[in-house]
Design a protein around this ligand. Structure first.
Ligand code: GLN
Length: 488
């Protein structure tokens, strides 16, 4: 069975007749079935995917015009609506809920002949960093089934990692695309806030949420972003800035164009950072310096405050967003409840998992009359300071380099991470991009001596996705440490 890692290879094979789209989908369905243990998919749309594949085959045979994404088999995180298909946000409270409409991001892909093969497991309402907070069971890392894949878009990362789809959609509120990408050895990209419409995305924290992409090569990431990005009348926060033809602007010659790149000294010396992640990241920095780029260490003064700021603001937004799941409007209702108040209480007690309940309570607390100024209002101010400092830095530098995660993937059920605060600290390097809205990407460059992969994170200027992706593509080609290790 041929496994394809890029849309280019798939479309070439389809045109040459090496494979039919139907066979391609059957192969994916076969692998999904074989890898059920990973628990990446909550539901597979097998029949429908096969039907769509036959239509593509017909179009090819009759030389009819094809969408730009024909042959691309995609899985979507279970927080993105797809009309007449179930969506649960991996929560019991939305069990058996059926989408009434399709998310704009998903619709734009469908309009280009993508095939959606299923919906992917994630942490409940996208809250988590391990995918253990799903009401439908943990997802397993395909590298080592005893390890977490990261979260919250763990199912999306694993599906791409294990070739259970060619690309996947996730969402990133505080790192949920980049962190699992790092743990699973795939590319994960979060564009600028507002670059992709959030219409049809189940909200966690609306001023942070963005749709993101998982894939195995930069050309696929660029094409998917180009197709999904752009103004949408259904989302007033979507940007009307014109969308560059990302897929055409991926050429970057690192040798000729010297870049200015910053990295955070206090991130690389952070006590929570794995020693080897530090040394390998430092080695890459030196390689870039040798190549003629200006790569400078700076201190980012707010590093130790970003996680607290993120959790105050996102839990506040979550407590408001999740108020709608009350047993009356949507999904699950506890039928044993005796009156209205009891219905609200017991529906939400039984319907939401522990982590979601914790965040609703925390968010309600920071918004409550007596504590609003001390927590919520203060965190808003700190967010503004973080944003200003980051933007100022990006006026002088093209990119900021950081590790994506402080550690490699850890064990499912790991005791050290059972305390929620230690889990929240896992997000230390990823939440800055969401607090400030800038685009960021994790690329699979490294392998630890514990054999697990880890990524490099690059943050770029607002709406600077084209440069960010071109640089990422260059690094993947020229500085892939594992490639070098095997070649030498
Ligand atoms: N791990 C972070 C959290 O739990 C990020 C989640 C996300 O980006 N959706 O909030």
């Amino acid at each position: 069975m041929q496994v394809y890692h890029s849309l280019f290879d798939v479309q070439k094979a389809l045109q040459e007749g090496t494979i039919s789209c139907e066979k391609l989908v059957k192969d994916y369905l076969y692998r999904i079935e074989q890898q059920k243990v990973l628990n990446a998919y909550l539901e597979v749309f097998a029949e429908e995917a096969l039907q769509k594949a036959r239509k593509i085959d017909q179009k090819i045979a009759q030389k009819e015009p094809l969408g730009r994404l024909h042959g691309m088999i995609v899985g979507i995180k279970d927080v993105l609506c797809y009309q007449n298909h179930r969506i649960s946000a991996s929560s019991k409270i939305l069990e058996n809920f059926v989408s009434l409409y399709t998310a704009t991001s998903v619709q734009r892909l469908i309009d280009e002949d993508v095939i959606i093969v299923g919906r992917l497991n994630c942490d409940e309402f996208a809250m988590g960093s391990t995918n253990e907070n799903s009401a439908y069971g943990a997802v397993r890392n395909a590298y080592d089934n005893s390890k977490v894949p990261g979260g919250s878009s763990g199912g999306s990362a694993v599906a791409v990692q294990a070739n259970l789809c060619l690309a996947a959609l996730g969402t990133d509120t505080g790192g949920s695309v980049r962190q699992p990408a790092s743990f699973c050895d795939v590319i994960g990209m979060k564009p600028t806030y507002g670059r992709i419409s959030r219409h049809g995305l189940i909200a966690y924290a609306s001023s942070f949420d963005q749709v993101g992409v998982f894939a195995k090569n930069m050309d696929d990431v660029a094409l998917l972003l180009e197709i999904m990005a752009g103004k949408d009348d259904f989302d007033s926060t979507s940007s009307s800035k014109p969308v560059p033809a990302y897929s055409q602007t991926m050429a970057f010659d690192g040798k000729k164009e010297a870049l200015k790149i910053a990295y955070f000294n206090n991130a690389l010396t952070h006590k929570g950072l794995d020693a080897e992640i530090r040394t390998q990241t430092q080695a890459l920095i030196e390689a870039l310096q040798t190549e003629g780029h200006t790569v400078k260490g700076v201190d980012f003064p707010y590093l130790d405050h970003i996680v607290a700021t993120y959790y105050i603001l996102t839990t506040a937004e979550a407590s408001s967003n999740l108020a709608r799941y009350d047993g009356i409007h949507y999904g699950y209702r506890d039928d044993e409840a005796k009156n209205m108040e009891d219905t609200y209480k017991s529906t939400r007690t039984k319907g939401f998992g522990k982590e979601v309940q914790r965040r609703i309570m925390l968010g309600t607390f920071v918004l409550s009359a007596g504590y609003y100024d001390a927590y919520y209002a203060k965190a808003q101010k700190v967010r503004q300071m973080i944003k200003q400092a980051t933007e100022e830095l990006l006026q002088h530098y093209d990119f900021i380099l950081l590790p994506t995660t402080p550690t490699t993937a850890f064990d499912i059920g790991d005791k050290a991470h059972q305390d929620p605060v230690s889990m929240y600290l896992e997000d230390i390097f990823t939440v800055q991009a969401n607090l400030t809205g800038i685009p960021a990407i994790s690329i699979p460059l490294f392998q630890h001596t514990n054999h697990l992969p880890f990524g490099l994170q690059i943050m770029g200027r607002s709406f600077g996705e084209a440069n960010l992706m071109a640089f990422a593509k260059y690094l993947l080609k020229q500085h892939n440490c594992r490639q070098k290790a095997t070649v030498v």
